[in-house]
Ligand binder design. Structure first.
Ligand code: ZN
Length: 329
C-alpha cells in the first residue's frame, strides 16, 4: 500500500494539473501564440508576421552559429511550452530533432524553406563558376570528429534566406503556419506578411539593380564559409569560400594556398569576414593576395540590436551595400 498511495496521489495531481491548464487555456484564449524560432533571421521574420499576436522565443540568437549550436536545458523548457516551432529546414538545424524529442514538444513544426528550390553545393560557394581550381574540398567533411553537424557535398545548401525571393517564401510559410495555429488572427498574419513581402521584394529589385551595374568580372568575393550560394545565384556574384559548407572544418594549409592562388589568378577584388566566424583565415587571404577586406557580412545570424544587421531586411541591405562598395571599379 505504501508504494501505491503516492502513485495515486501523483495521478490525482496530474489530473488536477490538466484541469487547471485546460481552464487556464480557455480563460486566456486571446493570449499570444507561443512560438519558437530556431535562429535569429527566421525569428525576425516570425516577429514581422506575428506582431502582437505572437509571443516569440528564438533559440540561436544574434551572431550565433546555428550549424554548431548546443541546446541548453532552458531551450527544452521553452520548446515544451510552445505551440508552433519555426525551423529553416534543409538540414540546417541538425541539433534540433534531439531537442524537440527531449523537450516533449507537442506543437506544430513549420518548415520555413518549404517550397524553395534547394540549391545543391556545386563547388564550394563558387556557384559552379570557378571549377578549375585544383584543391579538393571533400576533405572538409572528414576527420573532424563531430559528425552530426556536417553538411556533405551533394546535400542541399541550407542558406536559402540569402535570396530575398526565398525570404518571400519564408514569410508566406510563417503566415500560413501562424494562421493554422491561431485561425482567429489569420487575417492579421496574412496582412502583415503581405506588407512585409512588399518590402522584401523592393529590396530584391534594388539588389539586382545594384549588382547588374557592376562589371561581371568584378563580381567575385571570398567569404569564410559557404553561406552565399543562393545570394550568388540570385544577384550574380561569385562567392569563393575558404572553409566550405559548415563552420567547423578548418581548411588544410594546402587548401588555403589553393584559395590564395585562385584569388590572385582571378583577381578577386575583395574578401569579407562574417559575423559568425573567425576573421583570421579571411584576413590571411587578404594579406597574401592584396585583395581588400571589404568588411563584415551577415551570413547565418543577425547582429545584435544597435548594429547594422539587426533585422533580416537590415542585414540584407547591409550585405548588398558592403559588397557593392567593395566590388565597384
Ligand atoms: Zn552557414
Amino acid at each position: 500500500m505504501r508504494s501505491i498511495l503516492p502513485a495515486r496521489h501523483r495521478a490525482l495531481l496530474a489530473v488536477a494539473g490538466l484541469c487547471l491548464s485546460a481552464a487556464f487555456g480557455a480563460a486566456h484564449a486571446a493570449d499570444p501564440v507561443k512560438a519558437v524560432a530556431s535562429f535569429s533571421i527566421l525569428g525576425d521574420i516570425v516577429r514581422e508576421v506575428g506582431g502582437d499576436d505572437v509571443s516569440l522565443t528564438t533559440l540561436v540568437g544574434p551572431d550565433g552559429d546555428a550549424h554548431e549550436y548546443e541546446p541548453t536545458p532552458g531551450d527544452a523548457k521553452k520548446l515544451s511550452a510552445a505551440q508552433v516551432l519555426f525551423v529553416n529546414g534543409l538540414d540546417f538545424e541538425t541539433w534540433l530533432p534531439k531537442l524537440t524529442k527531449a523537450s516533449g514538444f507537442a506543437g506544430k513544426t513549420v518548415v520555413a524553406s518549404q517550397g524553395v528550390t534547394p540549391r545543391k553545393f556545386a563547388g564550394h560557394g563558387d556557384a559552379g563558376k570557378h571549377d578549375d581550381h585544383d584543391h579538393d574540398h571533400d576533405h572538409h567533411d572528414h576527420g573532424h570528429g563531430r559528425e552530426d553537424g556536417h553538411h556533405h557535398h551533394g546535400d542541399a545548401d541550407p542558406h536559402a534566406w540569402q535570396n530575398l525571393a526565398n525570404g518571400v517564401i519564408y514569410a508566406r510559410n510563417v503566415a500560413e503556419g501562424l494562421a493554422a495555429a491561431d485561425p482567429a488572427h489569420a487575417d492579421n498574419y496574412r496582412q502583415r506578411a503581405n506588407a512585409y513581402i512588399a518590402k522584401l521584394q523592393a529590396l530584391d529589385a534594388n539588389a539586382k539593380k545594384t549588382f547588374s551595374a557592376i562589371p561581371a568580372e568584378r563580381r567575385k568575393v571570398v567569404t569564410s564559409h559557404d553561406a552565399f550560394g543562393y545570394f550568388g545565384d540570385a544577384y550574380g556574384v561569385a562567392f569563393i569560400s575558404a572553409m566550405g559548407v559548415s563552420t567547423d572544418a578548418e581548411p588544410s594549409a594546402g587548401e588555403v594556398a589553393a584559395i590564395i592562388e585562385q584569388v590572385k589568378r582571378e583577381r578577386v577584388p575583395a574578401v569579407f569576414v562574417e559575423n559568425i566566424t573567425s576573421p583570421k583565415l579571411v584576413q590571411q587571404i587578404a594579406r597574401e593576395t592584396g585583395a581588400k577586406v571589404g568588411g563584415t557580412l551577415y551570413s547565418d545570424a543577425l547582429s545584435k540590436s544597435g548594429q547594422p544587421g539587426a533585422t533580416y531586411l537590415e542585414m540584407f541591405e547591409w550585405n548588398v551595400r558592403q559588397l557593392a562598395a567593395a566590388l565597384q571599379p
